[in-house]
Ligand binder design. Structure first.
Ligand code: SF4
Length: 373
């Protein structure tokens, strides 16, 4: 599998919790950034004999800010420079306030076949505290509009552990989500990222987050409610209806190759990781010389193996130990025997023919994964 990622680093305003590589107030750069992406995509044609592309993901920022026509042209340019599989999953992120019938129609006819809608919460106070630009009804309407435009593969991004959020409010969100029947859900607990307005508010005592135990309980509730509603919990934060697991992310969790294009985009190719300059203006300038890579690293065998295990443990069915040993020519117990025994004793890991986190391990995933760094 081989994935393409395209980053659009612009937003109309900044959400209070946002730690992504995104910028507000750069409207005058949209056209030159779009042209820089086209330049970079065209340049890729001459650099490699690329494998067939199994997934494409437009993320941000807010891709819709460029408008349906530019997004369609970018997808068309990718088709010229790469060989997209006829069954490729082609996703774009989309915020509810942008999900107009016109935009959805143009995305569908351009060949996008999956949407990832950024709802984050259905609670009015929660949306205000996150400084999102949509309300509850716009979120719900965006799914209806997506279905109306023919999208039968729709993810919804949600966050829990919001300021002052109660367990009851989270249960309400989950019940509504289950009744609306999306194809996929990504649920993340709120993290306080450096430099964000939310972190400043919390540090100043103006905003309070729910207790850690409540947040852990919200995660347990989500697993229980969504399983009962027919979702397969296939990755720590991800739930899918039959056949709707996200191919693009599965490729990353399986240690596959991907090429990232755009400001701050990361790539993983032939055992090397690289990343492009974060700043969109610097990216625009450097794209003219095909010089947008800010850094790279070649992973040695030990780090590669550790990363494969960490990524693989994100998946609820874990990793096939035999396959991993054959691929790396090692005996996993020789290297990680002590760590595995310790995590098993703590009830965080099961290790038979596969290595996988337990339910408790999913809750304490960071603690478990540190053992493989
Ligand atoms: S829409 Fe997403 S990328 Fe943009 S500011 Fe909000 S959280 Fe950040």
């Amino acid at each position: 599998m081989f994935g393409l990622y395209l980053h659009i680093p612009f937003c109309r305003s900044r959400c209070s919790y946002c730690g992504f590589n995104s910028y507000a107030g750069l409207e005058e750069r949209y056209t030159s950034y779009f042209e820089a992406l086209l330049t970079e995509i065209e340049y890729q044609l001459s650099t490699e004999d690329w494998p067939v592309v199994s997934s494409v993901f437009f993320g941000g920022g807010n891709p819709a800010i460029l408008g349906g026509k530019r997004l369609s042209l970018l997808l068309g340019a990718l088709r010229k420079s790469f060989r997209l599989s006829p069954t490729a999953e082609v996703t774009t992120e989309l915020n509810p306030e942008d999900a107009t019938p016109e935009l959805l129609k143009s995305l569908k006819s351009a060949g996008f076949n999956r949407l990832s809608l950024g709802w984050q919460t259905l609670n009015g106070d929660g949306l205000v505290s996150l400084k999102r630009r949509h309300n509850r009804q716009q979120a719900i309407d965006s799914l209806t509009a997506a279905r109306g435009a023919g999208f039968d593969n729709v993810n919804i991004d949600m966050i829990f552990g919001l300021p002052n959020q109660t367990i009851t409010e989270w249960r309400d969100d989950l019940a509504t989500l289950a009744s609306l029947n999306p194809d996929h859900l990504s649920l993340y607990s709120l993290s306080l990222e450096p430099g964000t307005e939310l972190l400043r508010q919390v540090e100043a005592g103006k905003t309070e987050l729910p207790p850690v135990d409540d947040v852990a309980h919200m995660y347990e509730i989500a697993i229980e409610v969504l399983r009962k509603s027919g979702f397969d919990h296939y990755e720590i934060s991800n739930f899918a209806k039959d056949g709707h697991a996200c191919s693009h992310n599965l490729n990353c969790w399986h240690g596959g190759e991907y090429l990232g294009i755009g400001a701050g985009a990361h790539s993983h190719l032939k055992g090397k990781r690289s990343w492009r300059v974060n700043d969109p203006i610097e990216y625009i300038v450097r794209s003219r010389e095909n010089d947008t890579i800010a850094g790279n690293e070649v992973l040695d065998k030990g780090r590669k193996l550790g990363e494969r295990i960490i990524l693989g443990l994100r998946l609820c069915d874990g990793i096939d130990i035999g396959e991993l040993e054959a691929e790396y020519g090692v005996n996993i117990s020789d290297i990680y025997g002590d760590a595995i025994r310790d995590l098993k004793q703590k009830g965080l890991l099961v290790a038979g023919s596969r290595l996988a986190l337990t339910e408790k391990g999913l809750l304490l995933a960071n603690e478990a994964m540190v053992a493989f760094v």
